[in-house]
Design a protein around this ligand. Structure first.
Ligand code: IVH
Length: 685
């Protein structure tokens, strides 16, 4: 494949290419490490880095101490205390096929002539490296990789990770430095994105960047709401030798004894040949999709410490270990057009429409382009052959342009430019300082925002208005019959009947649906109002704590922050919203229409499920799924949406999906059927 950057190569001498590559790689390093916003895949980065290393080797006269080939990571941001690492945090050299693994194994064997070599195999967790410092058994420091020599102390944030011991078990060495990977497991990541979608905030692209971004948050109470995880994969060899431990696999077992979460029993395997390594690769290439966290490959390590020491390191990585990276799934297809969509908060998102292509087994027609910078950087034109990638991401993204393709767009096809005005209302777009996203500032009357707010209000998880769909909302807004959600409740049959496709029956259904929505509980009304950062769960907490709508008008940021699960961002957003005169006037009209403005507080009826984290799945004979869920919370249990290692019980009805069943079995989580469940709650006859 020929990337656009390769176009520059023609007619260029080695010096110029070296300079260009150094510049490009520095910029990518910065985006990756400092901004946590990479714009190319790891593999592309490796290809560029290798090209530079080869050119530098062929031209020692252009040597430069600060070349990206000479260092491990990137620059630092300046929010957290910077601390030097005790030993550099190296990275691993990568391999992508059996041949490269075999070549590495040969080099290892050449360095250890006539010795038997064992390899420890591990999953390569797709997260952020962390160096943990324990003194007197207590976690005192948690350093990010930073530039490899100096990291940032993010202990306050790391301390929120439940799987990480803050105090070590007896027998652990003191002091102790231990390293691992912090990552964001899929269930929590998907739940976070769902709540962001509901709250009208842009979704996060992938768990790795989100984990990196989360560790750098200034507010650790926000970090605590994000279920990060940490897996230990490296214990300082000197410390271990002093304990008489002679191999990596033994050290990992020890770390587990001290209280750490380790790969033990999951993927750590000790093998003796390249064939066995490749068999594990083949297995995990498929099995990775069943894990509840992202991996991007396997790591192969020479197991014995004495052998590791004799092999030593290069400036960048140890010779005794290598990463095997899975192919990120990519496909090339034609870019048909780009549409700029305006969300209910005014955020403008470019969406690429593609000729349908198969990626990771699913048909892809749309891809995200993130923001204006990315479009400009790729220099996109309609008709371009673009490379779409679905790595850890849920939504595929465009990562490059395949300029070599015969059907690539020529220079006369229209280039894609980010609009300067709102595609819906023509208001000039604004870009907030430090943000990549453009916004339409015309919140009050931009039709896209008006429609977006109303569609959110009537959606299933909010007011769930039967008989009213997106198309009708568009029709009503265009006809000038509704401008905000309160207008819905003054709609009259005689205004609706003249509209196209509005027969008497549809009008009756619509008005009945609106009437019925007046009994929807207050927490869902609150969610439906679309206050920024107030998703379904936050709305529930707020409604249960403040009880009455009136109380929101006088609540202060401090009062709100004192509530369970409410941080400063939510608190400020709520207070701002309830100071807005237009919003308050609209609320008055909703109250007058008779919507619920007070929460019905239900006391738990029992505590039979106290401490249980429960997933409800399938259908039941004597109750609906919602009733089953209500029974869980009414008896002290905590509901979660998907099965993870934290789940303690699965209430399994009929037709529970096979993948859920398998997952529960794999994690050893007990399945409880309807009858047993009701008996446990004392509800069976
Ligand atoms: S061993 C001397 N083991 O991958 C380097 N690294 O690309 C020791 N990673 O910096 C690293 N899973 O952040 C090792 N099982 C594993 C890993 C792992 C993920 C990360 C780590 C490392 C990067 C290298």
């Amino acid at each position: 494949m020929c990337w656009r950057s390769v176009r520059y190569l023609e007619g260029m001498d080695a010096r110029a290419r070296i300079d260009q590559l150094r510049e490009e790689l520095r910029a990518h390093n910065h985006r990756y490490y400092v901004l946590a916003e990479p714009s190319i895949s790891d593999k592309e980065f490796d290809v560029l880095l290798k090209e530079l290393a080869d050119l530098e080797a062929a031209h020692p006269e252009f040597d430069d101490q600060s070349s990206p080939t000479r260092r491990v990571g990137g620059d630092l941001t300046d929010k957290f205390e910077k601390v030097a690492h005790r030993s550099p945090m190296l990275s691993l050299s990568n391999s992508y096929n059996a041949e490269e693994v075999a070549q590495w194994a040969e080099r290892v064997q050449a360095g250890l002539p006539d010795e038997a070599v064992e390899f420890a195999l591990e999953l390569k967790y797709d997260g952020v490296a962390i160096a943990l410092w324990y003194e007197g058994g207590a976690l005192v420091r948690a350093l990010t990789r930073g530039d490899g020599a100096t990291g940032e102390d993010v202990r306050t944030n790391v301390a929120t990770i439940r799987s990480l011991p803050l105090k070590l078990n007896d027998g652990a060495p003191d002091p102790l430095e231990i390293r691992g990977e912090i990552f964001f497991p899929w269930p929590g990541f998907e739940a976070l994105n769902e709540s962001r979608r509901e709250a009208g905030e842009p979704e996060f692209a992938n768990p790795r960047n989100t984990a990196a971004g989360t560790l750098k948050l200034q507010d650790s109470s926000v970090v605590a709401t994000r279920p990060l995880d940490c897996m230990i994969y490296n214990v300082d060899a000197e410390t271990m030798r002093a304990l008489g431990v002679t191999s990596h696999s033994e050290a990992v077992r020890k770390a587990a004894e001290w209280g750490f979460k380790t790969p033990q029993g999951r993927a750590l395997d000790v093998v003796k040949s390249v064939d066995e390594i490749m068999a594990a690769v083949a297995h995990w290439e498929r099995a990775r999709h069943d894990l509840d966290f992202a991996i991007d490959g396997l790591v192969v390590k020479v197991n014995r410490y004495d052998q590791q020491r004799r092999l030593g390191m290069t400036a960048k990585s140890p010779r005794w270990a290598i990463a095997y990276k899975f192919e990120t799934e990519q496909a090339t297809t034609k870019l048909k057009s780009v549409e700029f969509q305006v969300g209910r908060t005014g955020a403008v998102t470019p969406v690429a429409y593609l000729e349908e292509v198969l990626l990771c087994g699913t048909k892809v027609k749309r891809a995200s382009l993130h923001n204006a910078d990315q479009i400009a950087k790729l220099g996109l034109r309609e008709g371009d052959m673009v490379v779409v990638e679905k790595g850890g991401e849920i939504i595929p993204k465009i990562v490059g342009v395949d300029a070599s393709s015969a059907s690539a767009a020529d220079l006369f096809s229209p280039s894609i430019d980010f609009p300067s005005t709102c595609p819906e209302c023509d208001t000039g777009l604004v870009r907030k300082e430090g943000e990549a996203q453009h916004y339409c500032p015309n919140n009050a009357t931009c039709p896209a925002q008006v429609r977006g707010r109303i569609n959110h209000f009537i959606s299933r998880k909010a007011m769930n208005v039967d008989g009213l769909g997106k198309e009708t909302v568009t029709q009503l807004v265009e006809a000038g019959l509704i401008r905000d959600v309160a207008d819905l409740y003054s709609l009259r049959a005689e205004e609706l009947l003249p509209l196209e496709r509005m027969a008497q029956k549809s009008v009756d259904n619509l008005l009945a649906g609106l009437q019925k929505s007046k009994s929807v509980p207050f927490e869902r009304v609150l969610f439906g109002l679309g206050i920024r950062h107030v998703g379904e769960t936050v709305a529930k907490h707020l409604a249960r704590s403040l009880v009455r709508l009136e109380a929101f008008k006088t609540a202060t940021v401090e009062e709100l922050m004192a509530l369970e699960e409410i941080g400063p961002i939510v608190a400020e957003s709520v207070v701002d919203q309830f100071l807005d005169e237009t919003f308050l006037a609209m609320l008055d009209r909703l109250v007058a229409a008779g919507l619920q403005t007070e929460a019905v507080i239900q006391e738990p009826v029992g505590n039979a499920l106290e401490g249980e984290v429960v997933v409800v799945s399938g259908v039941f004979e004597t109750m609906s799924r919602d009733e089953a869920k209500a029974a869980v919370t009414n008896h002290g249990g905590r509901l979660v949406g998907s099965i993870s290692s934290k789940t303690t019980l699965v209430l399994a009805g009929e037709n529970m999906g096979p993948s859920k069943l398998q997952k529960a079995e794999k994690l050893g989580i007990p399945l409880v059927d309807e009858k047993t469940f009701l008996a446990r709650l004392g509800l069976s006859e």
